[in-house]
Design a protein around this ligand. Structure first.
Ligand code: FDP
Length: 357
């Protein structure tokens, strides 16, 4: 059985040994924090991890107790890691610079500690998403500007899925690996066993995931794509499709990693100044890197998610990702000038930026 450290050594065999050590120790710190989050999540009510906390996050959204506990697990692990100069969390308003390592450490970490919060009390799969970026301007503690890097600068990215099994899906830009947590190994030295290597997302699929209750707010290219899927054998696609919606992006992406599919949280007209629901840095960019490394594609409709430069820390974007043939098709619908005049207006850059409070 190959464990995390050994698997990382083999995966990064072409890298300088110092880089391998830095990345491997950082990923092990994150993996240990996630083992702890998974343990708290699995205790549920017994760990007082259900229900609302008495606080709100930076976006003014009510925080769940598990959001707060998960964030504490991640931030305390990162504060101890000598390779991490700073971190940004979906749950925190500002970036955090490491007291001890902020000036010299080579890495920045961005994370969503608890994805799919609405699933907690229903005991449905939830997850953690993380992204590792270079700390380019060493000698000073990192601030917001240091984190504003496009997704293609990521050194590594991954997610942990707290489902029937706890899985970590990881890329160091050399394909995608899946590790399964051996829950009997305990929390002091959790054992993550490599259970799949070089994951490939099938190019073709007959499955899509979208929150269909928002249909009336979608733009025309998405209306067209979903209508054609739903029309099945009788429509222009001449084949039947299946639909799934877990309401946890980690679980949706993992299903796509397992058997292909398309996940869409598109731009909609509910809140024009919030172009999408998902965050670029905490959710979209790390998932895009994983999907691309597994042979899939991830876009906002017209552009690759990995090319988007964040304007603000908590920027939201439309997310459309998964099996390549379907994403190519959806992009072509967005490019069709007859499809959607309002879409062309939306492409004005100023509308992508959320006004600051
Ligand atoms: P959540 O807010 O519950 O953490 O992060 C956003 C997210 O979950 C995604 O994981 C999920 O795909 C989506 O929101 C669920 O949105 P709906 O409430 O529209 O279903």
């Amino acid at each position: 059985m190959i464990e995390l450290q050994q698997a990382l050594l083999a995966n990064m065999a072409d890298c300088h040994p110092e880089i391998v050590t830095i990345l491997s120790e950082t990923l092990q710190a994150i993996a240990s924090a996630c083992a702890r989050i998974g343990d708290i999540a699995s205790q549920g009510v017994l760990a007082d991890a259900h229900g609302l906390a008495a606080s709100h996050n930076s976006q003014g959204e009510a925080q769940k107790k598990l959001d707060v506990l998960a964030d504490e697990c991640m931030s305390s692990a990162l504060a101890r890691c000598q390779h991490v100069a700073g971190w940004a969390s979906e749950e925190l308003e500002y970036v955090q610079a490491s007291d001890a390592h902020g000036e010299q450490a080579p890495l920045l970490v961005v994370y969503d500690p608890l994805d799919g919060s609405s699933n907690i009390e229903a005991n449905i799969s939830i997850g953690t998403i993380f992204s590792i970026l270079p700390h380019r301007y060493r000698g000073a503690k990192p601030g917001d500007a240091d984190f504003m890097q496009p997704g293609h600068q990521q050194v590594a990215a991954g997610y942990v899925l707290y489902g029937p099994a706890t899985l970590m899906v990881l890329t160091c830009r050399r394909g995608v690996m899946v590790f399964t947590l051996d829950k009997r190994s305990g929390l002091d030295n959790p054992r993550w066993v490599l259970t799949q290597d070089q994951v490939r997302i099938p190019k073709a699929t007959r499955e899509f995931a979208i929150n269909a209750s928002n249909q009336r707010f979608w733009e025309k290219p998405i209306q067209r794509y979903i209508a054609e899927c739903v029309a099945g054998e009788n429509g222009p696609r001449m084949k039947d499709f299946n639909m799934r919606w877990v309401a946890s992006m980690v679980a949706e992406v993992h299903r796509i990693m397992t058997r292909g599919g398309v996940f869409l949280y598109p731009r909609d007209t509910r809140e024009p100044f919030k172009p999408g629901r998902l965050r670029l840095m905490y959710e979209a960019a790390p998932m895009a890197l994983l999907v691309q490394e597994a042979g899939g594609r991830a876009v906002n409709g017209t552009s690759e998610l990995l090319d988007l430069l964040p304007d603000v820390l908590h920027q939201k974007v439309p997310v459309i990702l998964g099996s390549k043939d379907e994403i190519d098709r959806i992009v072509s619908y967005h490019a069709d000038p007859h499809e959607n005049v309002s879409w062309q207006l939306f492409k004005t850059r100023s509308l992508f930026v959320q006004p600051q409070a």
